[in-house]
Design a protein around this ligand. Structure first.
Ligand SMILES: *Cc1c(COP(=O)(O)O)cnc(C)c1O
Length: 354
């Protein structure tokens, strides 16, 4: 007898991490180009010696600070090992085998994997104009639906849904179906008509907002994210489904250091410069003849279809690594001016494959 794995593992799509190539600029994982602030490095260093001890499994201090920041009670906040872990815990908390998890496609590539591994059934609803088709998502809900992910802005297309359309959607979804607003890129949103999910919780008891320290706060390598739920029972369920001690002490402390007012102001100034760069890059791309969907995130989507892989290879020849989704398109992270200039040069050269 050989070991027997669950059949679902046989046809699981692989999560393809952005590649790191020595000497090349990596614009493949939506990371910030800026290193951790010295203040945050110092905090991490101060807590390394106590790594012989387990972390606070409930992240009590970070939970309290986040609760105060968002003006909610601590029982509505859950901290996790990156928000992708919270996505997984959420599926585990609400969906039994055969229950349905609805999300747009193409969207965050972790959704199909974590849904399949949990044993739930995925229902994918095609994007329209690279954007969530919210009426179609609402129509896809059945008696088996337990959870809907709305990634806003959407990874990998960068598009965002606006206040009115999201409000109608939230009204259309039955109250027992959980709606997860995945706002991993919220801090990069400049369009004031794109609602902050945390302002919708009072009216919608079935909504939960997922955020992360990985993108705007620059802690991708430390793994810490959080959820704010309208209903404390849902946040409690995330605590129940957490792997014990999932969030390390240095991750908790780094997040706390980032949330101190001076550090947070510096981090948000970095975000503002990325947002400025985003406008510049999109304008320059238009000049090069590239049409890209409007983006509210720290990346741009190139809907290149069949030439995606060749285009990504052409960029790599110019020492710029982008994230190619074969047959669909490429996602390119907005970085600082220098790296963006290198990408723009690569994009100009890569026009040869189009
Ligand atoms: C990056 C990302 C996350 C979370 O990343 P973590 O590093 O796990 O916090 C969640 N959702 C989307 C859509 C993302 O792009």
């Amino acid at each position: 007898m050989t070991i027997q794995l669950r059949p679902v593992l046989g046809d699981l799509p692989a999560y393809v991490p952005g590649r790191t190539v020595p000497g090349a600029i990596k614009l493949a994982s939506n990371e910030t180009p800026y290193p951790m602030l010295p203040h945050v490095v110092e905090r991490v260093a101060a807590f390394l010696p106590v790594a012989n001890r387990y972390p606070d499994s409930a992240s009590v201090e970070l939970t309290a600070v986040l609760a105060a920041k968002f003006g909610v009670s601590a029982d509505r906040v859950a901290v996790g090992c990156g928000s992708v872990s919270l996505c997984t815990q959420l599926v585990q908390a609400v969906a039994d085998a055969g229950d349905e998890v609805v999300y747009a496609w193409r969207s965050f590539e972790a959704y199909p994997i974590l849904t399949a591994v949990s044993g739930a059934s995925a229902v994918q609803v095609p994007l329209r104009d690279f954007t969530h088709d919210l009426p179609a998502l609402a129509s896809a809900i059945t008696d088996r639906t337990k959870l809907v992910f709305v990634c806003n802005p959407n990874n990998p297309t960068g598009t965002a849904v606006r206040r009115e359309e999201l409000a109608s959607f939230l009204r259309a979804v039955p109250p027992h179906v959980v709606i997860a607003l995945d706002e991993a890129y919220r801090e990069f949103v400049a369009d004031t008509d794109v609602p902050d999910g945390t302002t919708l919780l009072d009216e919608h008891p079935n909504v939960i907002v997922l955020r992360t320290f990985s993108k705007a706060y620059g802690l991708a390598g430390l793994r810490v994210g959080y959820a704010i739920a309208a209903d404390p029972a849902l946040a409690g369920a995330l605590r129940q489904t957490q792997v014990p001690f999932a969030v390390t002490t240095v991750a908790q402390q780094a997040a706390l250091a980032c949330l101190e007012p001076e550090a947070e102001a510096q981090l948000m100034a970095r975000v503002a410069s990325i947002v400025d760069e985003r406008s510049r890059v999109v304008a320059e791309l238009a000049g090069l003849g590239y049409e890209v969907p409007p983006t509210q995130a720290n990346f741009v989507w190139f809907p290149l279809g069949d030439v995606t892989t060749a285009w990504a290879a052409a960029c790599e020849e110019q020492k710029v690594i982008v994230r190619a989704f074969a047959g669909a398109g490429a996602r390119v992270t907005i970085s600082n001016r220098e790296e963006n200039d290198a990408f723009l040069q690569a994009a100009a050269a890569a026009r040869s494959v189009l």
